[in-house]
Design a protein around this ligand. Structure first.
Ligand code: 6PG
Length: 240
């Protein structure tokens, strides 16, 4: 694992720097393999990043967008990660509808939805059951509790190693989420973390020893590149 950590002075420079690396990785993937596969984070931090990506002149037909996790709500629900990315980015660019791969949240049982999305990934990436597709880019945020995607502390989702997608659990509410091994197979994983509320979890995640089931972002040790972009409030004094 090749880990890069950058602390930026404020949220604007955090987003600007993240944008630079995301665009660089997108263009490299397209130049190298003819397409880019990117999985998006939800929550609030990445919103301005998505708004900036929407202003770029990119070969949208070569970009395929997935989600690393999703709240189990309809796309038009205020909490939907799909809805947020469409409003801030995807509805503003000429990306073909077939290049947008949302997590399904219309199955009565989220377990079935997880299996459906897993099958969709296996078909798209042409991998066999048991094999893990390699995303070009996976964007992640991190909660104050050290969760990432919908891999919450002390939940069963943290232990799943033989699936691509599983059902996460946030205070009893179901989520769909990439599993730890799927994230760790990516070429580039990028965390974007802002705010003083994240500082304690970051200290634990970067500490030599800490319990990974308490701070799940510790489990993210990708075979490729791992980037942490932090604003000053989150990352000042962090021992990396
Ligand atoms: C989600 C996210 C989640 C998010 C963190 C940080 O569905 O909420 O994928 O993992 O990245 O909770 O959220 P903020 O960026 O809003 O702090």
């Amino acid at each position: 694992m090749n880990r890069m950590v950058e602390v930026l002075p404020d949220s604007a420079t955090l987003i600007q720097r993240s944008l630079e690396v995301v665009l660089d990785k997108m263009k490299a993937a397209i130049a190298g393999r003819g397409q880019c596969t990117i999985a998006l984070a939800g929550g609030n931090t990445p919103r301005p990043l998505y708004e900036h990506i929407a202003t770029q002149d990119l070969p949208w037909r070569s970009i395929h967008v997935f989600w690393g996790d999703e709240r189990y709500v309809a796309p038009d629900h205020a909490d939907s990660n799909q809805g947020m990315a469409r409003r801030t980015w995807l509805d503003k660019v000429a990306i073909p509808a077939m290049n947008i791969h949302p997590m399904p949240t219309d199955e009565a049982d989220p377990v079935n939805a997880a299996s459906k999305y897993e099958a969709e990934l296996q078909a798209f990436f042409q991998v066999q059951p048991g094999e893990f597709p390699v995303f070009d880019i996976i964007l992640l945020g991190m909660g104050d509790d050290g969760h990432t995607a919908s891999l919450f502390p002390h939940t069963e989702a943290l232990q799943v190693r033989d699936r691509l997608i599983t059902v996460g659990n946030k205070d009893g509410q179901p989520r769909l989420t990439f599993t730890v091994p799927l994230i760790n197979h990516a070429n580039t994983v990028i965390f974007i973390v802002a705010g003083a509320g994240k500082r304690h979890a970051l200290d634990q995640i970067f500490a030599p020893e800490a319990d990974a089931t308490t701070y799940p972002a510790r489990l993210i040790q990708p075979q490729g590149e791992l980037w942490w972009f932090l604003d000053q409030l989150a990352g000042q004094d962090l021992k990396t």
